[in-house]
Design a protein around this ligand. Structure first.
Ligand code: ATP
Length: 230
């Protein structure tokens, strides 16, 4: 537990995503963040998009797959707050900034919070709703991802916002409530949910890309066109 002796209150670490479906890349990153930061990781499935049917699995199915994927895994949890908010406020888009405000209201201003994301998400941050406010609310923990090279693909506006924010050690995230960025050093994970869905739909070899229990669920429920080409 690398950061176990760090000062300050424990960091709360949230990992948002569509998880459509959760794959081994997601799981590897969550485990790595848990181990490197020595805190639980709360996997937070995104709500279904308002006003149209979900493109793949619906929120209940994606959540069930998350539960299956983390069963028996210490330090990985599912947090359904975005789904609950969508049920309370049907049709309202579920912005990350609103989720962080909700969490902040629960924890108070001093508690260190962090969002875990892949490098592609970080590079796309300037397209997020009220993105510049996100780092006022939380730290970011970023996992490298094939095809998303932080050194060469960083938009200038993001580079400027992140100047001085890069943390030297995981313990730095416990010294402040928000505003720092920690880069995970984990082996690159090639999996993507889009690629998994395409492989399933085309009858390719996809099972080894998902946790076994999730692969079983996909097959049993015929998700993503599974079985349609058999
Ligand atoms: P899609 O292929 O449909 O974009 P995805 O595989 O990126 O899906 P998401 O649920 O959108 O899955 O991802 C949730 C978060 O996990 C995002 O921040 C994404 O960058 C990150 N992530 C997903 N797969 C990887 C991976 N292989 N390596 C690093 N980060 C990843």
């Amino acid at each position: 537990m690398a950061a176990g002796s760090a000062p300050g209150p424990a960091l709360l670490l949230f990992y948002g995503g569509t998880f459509d479906p959760i794959h081994n890349g997601h799981l590897a990153i969550a485990r790595h963040a848990r181990d490197e930061l020595a805190v639980p990781v709360r996997l937070m499935p995104a709500a279904d998009p308002p006003h149209r049917p979900p493109p793949g699995a619906d929120a209940a199915q994606r959540t069930r797959m998350l539960e299956l994927a983390i069963a028996g895994e210490p330090g990985l949890q599912v947090d359904t707050r975005e789904l609950q908010r969508a049920a309370r406020q049907p049709g309202v888009p579920s912005w990350s900034v609103d989720t962080l405000c909700e969490i902040r209201a629960e924890t108070g201003a001093a508690r260190p919070l962090a969002l875990l994301m892949g490098a592609d998400s970080l590079l796309g941050l300037p397209t997020w709703h009220e993105w510049e406010h996100l780092l006022d609310l939380a730290h970011i923990v970023v996992a490298d991802r094939p095809g998303s090279v932080l050194e060469t693909a960083m938009p200038a506006v993001l580079e400027r916002r992140l100047q001085g924010a890069w943390a030297d050690a995981p313990a730095c995230l416990r010294e402040r409530a928000a505003g720092r960025v920690w880069r995970l050093r984990q082996p690159l994970q090639a999996e993507s949910a889009t690629a998994v869905r395409r492989l399933i739909a085309s009858g390719g070899d996809w099972q080894q890309l998902l946790p076994a229990a999730v692969a079983g669920y996909v097959a049993a429920h015929g998700l993503y066109g599974c079985g349609a080409t058999a």
